[in-house]
Write a protein that binds this ligand. Structure first.
Ligand code: ZN
Length: 264
């Protein structure tokens, strides 16, 4: 893990006024399409009246305030959990917009997991929280809108030391995030996938399958599931009459959870 530095001269306090680091606070920039480098350069270039120790994007980590100094990221007046600027490290995640909603790219989250694990080696007793948990500010917005993402992030941080039970719990949490994503993106995106899939199939050369057992490996689990549930009936004479185009659509729907009651 490489941490690059562009320390802001103005947007910080020197030292921590005797406080120890007890919290690591996660934020998002709310500035879609930004980069960690660009954010650090901005905060280094002028007085902003705000700051964070780190900015993280899909590629890089940039440090803007030294760890022994106080960054201005979560306020000092009101605190719901006892976290203040002076006893915390602030980590800002760059973001993007997807379908009109803020999104923190998976690669950014991965990088933040790495950074937070490193910070926990420096401050072993420190707790994690969102800016939201300190002041109620909707930050990081995607992790307030879908708190399960926050849960998954916290689990990811401690993943290496997970017991088998914890890992199972984590995997089910991660699956829930997947389900939320599907629900959020169902509709238009789903229709686009189906249309693209259909367009890609040449109906004239389409293969047909009569029975689920005859289907190739990529299709078989879906075909068997649908036959056993009575969803796929065929022509009533034991012939599924499944063309390649239909088959591909059914597999796409199945993989998106469309037959598990989690899709649209
Ligand atoms: Zn924030």
């Amino acid at each position: 893990m490489t941490i690059k530095k562009n320390i802001t001269p103005e947007n910080r306090w020197q030292g921590r006024f005797g406080d120890a680091v007890e919290w690591i606070v996660l934020h998002y920039t709310g500035n879609p399409g930004d980069t960690a480098k660009g954010e650090a350069a901005y905060f280094a270039s002028q007085y902003v009246g705000a700051s964070a120790h780190f900015f993280v994007d899909t590629n890089e980590i940039w440090q803007s305030v030294e760890l022994e100094d106080t960054a201005w990221h979560c306020g000092d007046a009101e605190s719901r959990n006892g976290c203040h600027n002076t006893n915390s490290v602030g980590v800002e995640m760059c973001c993007t917009l997807r379908d009109g909603e803020y999104f923190i790219e998976d690669a950014t989250v991965e990088r933040v997991v790495e950074l937070v694990r490193y910070l926990l080696t420096l401050y072993p007793g420190a707790k994690l929280c969102r800016h939201f948990d300190v002041t109620g500010k909707i930050c990081p917005e995607p992790w307030v809108r879908a708190p399960v993402r926050w849960d998954v992030f916290c689990e990811r941080v401690k993943e290496e030391s997970m017991t088998r039970e914890e890992r199972k719990e984590f995997e089910s949490l991660a699956a829930r995030v997947g389900t939320l994503e599907q629900k959020a993106r169902a509709g238009e995106e789903f229709d686009r996938i189906i249309k693209r899939t259909l367009d890609a199939v040449d109906a004239r050369t389409a293969v047909r399958w009569r029975r689920a057992e005859d289907a190739p490996p990529w299709l078989r689990p879906t075909a068997e599931k649908l036959v056993s549930r009575g969803v796929l009936l065929g022509d009533g004479r034991g012939d599924l009459a499944l063309t390649e185009g239909m088959a591909r659509v059914l597999v796409v729907l199945d993989r998106a959870g469309g037959f598990d009651g989690t899709g649209r």
